[in-house]
Design a binder for this molecule. Structure first.
Ligand code: AMP
Length: 112
């Protein structure tokens, strides 16, 4: 079944898109948990980090580099947090791989 993120990729529902290329898409989280909160997702259907395959090496690396670039563009020069919730115990609610990028405030550790 098509996830909400697949609908965003297909432009069937709107999103505040920050970056897009052939491999990935970055858009602002609809329920931000920090002054800046965006998601980086692959256009390819991948469930989560655990479902990445060895052949996804370039895709996974590319997403991290594009996170670096978008974070820089948004002025997160004081730092930020990159989080991927994976599976039920990881707190994943949307079944399409996504990296949360949170910044603009001091983060706490450990997360809940
Ligand atoms: P997770 O709980 O790690 O699976 O994160 C899913 C994230 O997707 C949450 O932070 C939601 O706020 C976010 N989200 C859900 N629907 C949308 C949407 N239509 N546009 C942007 N972000 C969304």
């Amino acid at each position: 079944m098509s996830t909400i993120f697949q609908k965003i990729i297909n432009k069937e529902i709107p999103a505040d898109i920050l970056y897009e290329d052939d491999l990935c898409l970055a858009f602002r989280d609809v329920a931000p948990q920090a002054p800046t909160h965006f998601l980086m997702i692959p256009k390819k259907e991948v469930l989560n980090v655990a479902a990445l395959e060895d052949g996804d090496k370039d895709l996974a690396g590319h997403m991290l580099l594009m996170i670096r670039d978008v974070a820089k563009k948004l002025g997160l020069e004081n730092g930020y947090r990159v989080v991927a919730n994976c599976g039920q115990e990881g707190g994943q609610s949307v079944d399409h791989l996504h990296f949360h990028v949170l910044g603009g405030r001091n983060m706490k550790w450990p997360p809940g």
